[in-house]
Design a protein around this ligand. Structure first.
Ligand SMILES: C[S@@+](CC[C@H](N)C(=O)[O-])C[C@H]1O[C@@H](n2cnc3c(N)ncnc32)[C@H](O)[C@@H]1O
Length: 570
């Protein structure tokens, strides 16, 4: 156990040094990605022996939540540490920032880190750099641009036990923690010197010699008459036995980031390669294709997503050109041509979150519906849905997917501009539903997921309905998405909403959907559309309309409190 702690400390030092992180007294600063970025403090808090297993507690203190865009970096960091410990790592987060949404983001990060840790736990400490490179491919592959799989082959020595064929099944459970885990590698192979025996391949970091077995192992070996003698045999590792990151790290120039992550959209792996990776793009595509069963096409994004219809320009790096795909999300099926419509697998939680607000009988207006990931689950919950998209291809697949998911009777689809949709369909339907006295069951929802622009469509709700409501009206809840680069995205998004509506709003939630770039967050603000906006009137505290007046030039004066509404009496 002391060794493990030493291993941890050594691992930490090496990692910090390799990644150019400097610090003292537990505080570290990253200089690699720009000047003076506050960074987490790493503290090895304690190690405990819980029920015979070694548990280590890594405490990660975050000084500044925005650093979370280094998500991948952090996971690699913990991966690295875990690979040096024969332990389970537990990561706890000390929240130093009071912001709710960011704190939730932290929790998600920590959760995903823990998941990763679980996979890499139960590994033996690597003593220094002694074995570094054992599972790296043949170094001649460095700089390769056309994939030559044979060039990766190399021969290494691995520890084996010789065990009689007839008793091998009885001992496998005992040996399980000590077996070698490599992709496509058989761990039980024939013994070329004795046909009655098998060779069981062990993990060289766990088993070095006979003394790597504990008393319980030895007792079982004794009962089964197995020799604990560990022999070293030559074994050929080929391209098939290496993992994606091992292959790409061996090929790309030393020290450069390797791309191993991608979004999966049906049979398509969607990558976002960085400039320095482009010379290797076809090789990278082929490796992703080889190592991920079910992927038959690898594409790279070639532009930023600034087209009107939010679809990507893409280049096929490897595999088939066919972009017609089928995906499952939250138990619904969607079919579409990925090159012509918007689809983002990272929004599945968000689609589910919004669907969670809906109840049978609710009316839902989806202004920027895409191929239906809000509209279809809403209809499945027996809501009446009006779904719109400007892109004729999205509209076509929206209609198709409604049929595919058997909700075509519950969804009315439209193919027009969002503003036009609000001024016609939303207006007509709202005027019907808003007047019907609320039975306490039905509610109205307007979903606006076009984060780059949706907030700018909000003014379409101003004075949308002409008739004054009854005292009790059924006001719709708007779920509007927006990007923010502000230090305080919640406030900035709320301010923009109020500016577009010319009124203050009662916010029910402001939710951080995801971080789309280091300094750019996708937010969802949910609020009730005020009656004064919809009808151009103000309601007093008793819920009665007060005479309205229109907004004046003077009202727009910066000196006035923002978000207040002012009307001219008419
Ligand atoms: C970010 S996507 C969201 C799609 C879908 N709601 C989802 O969550 O996957 C925005 C959608 O708005 C559509 N769109 C863009 N501009 C529009 C406009 N002016 N009016 C209506 N739809 C528009 C795009 O075609 C795209 O499908």
């Amino acid at each position: 156990m002391a060794n493990s702690v030493e291993g941890f400390k050594r691992g930490l030092d090496v990692f910090l040094e390799q990644n150019n992180i400097h610090g003292n007294q537990g505080k570290h600063r990253v200089t690699k990605r720009g000047p003076a970025l506050s960074y987490p403090m790493f503290t090895l808090v304690t190690s405990e022996d819980i029920a015979g297993s070694h548990f280590y507690l890594f405490r990660l203190q975050m000084q500044c939540c925005w650093m979370l865009h280094y998500n991948l970096w952090l996971i690699r960091f913990f991966y690295h540490l875990a690979s040096r410990l024969n332990s389970y790592g537990i990561v706890t987060l000390c929240k130093l920032e009071p912001k709710q949404s960011k704190a939730r983001f932290c929790e998600r990060l920590v959760f995903s880190t823990c998941q990763k840790l679980r996979h890499s736990a139960k590994m033996e400490i690597k003593e220094g750099n002694e074995d570094a490179g054992l599972f790296t491919p043949n170094p001649i592959v460095r700089g390769m641009v056309n994939l030559d799989r044979d060039a990766f082959t190399k021969t290494i020595q691995l520890p084996v036990l010789h065990i009689r064929k007839d008793i091998i099944n009885k001992v496998m459970k005992t040996l399980k923690p000590k077996l070698l885990h490599r992709p496509n590698l058989k761990r039980i192979i024939d013994d070329p010197t004795d046909g009655d025996n098998k060779q069981v391949i062990l993990d060289p970091f766990t088993v070095r010699a006979e003394d790597s077995f504990d008393d319980r192992d030895r007792e079982i070996f004794k009962q089964l008459d197995i020799s604990p003698q560990v022999l070293q045999v030559d074994l050929q590792l080929t391209y098939d036995h290496f993992k994606t990151d091992e292959i790409l790290e061996a090929v790309l120039p030393k020290g450069q980031d390797v791309p191993t992550s991608f979004s999966r959209v049906g049979h398509i792996a969607h990558m976002n390669l960085r400039d320095h990776q482009l010379p290797y793009k076809n090789l990278i595509g082929q490796v992703i294709l080889d190592k991920n069963p079910g992927i038959t096409s690898v594409v790279n994004k070639t532009n930023t997503i600034d087209s009107t219809y939010r679809n990507f320009q893409m280049e096929v790096l490897a595999g088939e050109e066919n972009m017609m795909t089928k995906v499952k999300e939250n138990s619904f099926t969607y079919e579409f041509d990925f090159s012509k419509v918007y689809w983002n697998p990272r929004l599945s939680t968000e689609h589910d979150r919004i669907t969670g607000f809906l109840k049978s009988g609710d009316v839902v207006f989806d202004v920027f519906a895409g191929v239906g990931p809000f509209a279809i689950p809403a209809a499945k919950k027996s809501c009446m849905v009006y779904a719109n998209d400007l892109n004729p291809e999205s509209y076509r697949w929206l209609v198709h997917n409604c049929k595919l998911n058997k909700v075509d009777r519950k969804v009315q689809a439209f193919n027009t501009d969002g503003r036009e949709f609000i001024r016609t369909v939303v207006k007509d339907e709202l005027s019907k539903h808003i007047k019907s006295s609320p039975d306490g069951k039905k509610r109205l929802h307007i979903v606006m997921n076009l984060p780059a622009l949706a907030l700018e469509f909000l003014d379409a709700f101003r004075h949308l309905l002409s008739e004054q409501p009854h005292n009790e009206v059924l006001l719709p809840t708007v779920h509007c998405y927006g990007f923010s680069k502000d230090d305080n995205p919640e406030k900035e998004v709320k301010d923009r909403v109020e500016e577009m509506l010319g009124a203050t709003v009662e916010v029910s939630s402001i939710h951080l959907v995801r971080k789309v770039a280091p300094n750019k967050e996708m937010m969802c603000i949910s609020f009730q559309l005020p009656a004064e906006v919809l009808f151009g009137i103000q309601m007093n505290n008793e819920g009665e309309p007060v005479p309205k007046r229109l907004r004046t030039e003077a009202d727009a004066d910066e000196s006035k409190p923002r978000g207040q509404s002012y009307f001219i009496q008419c």
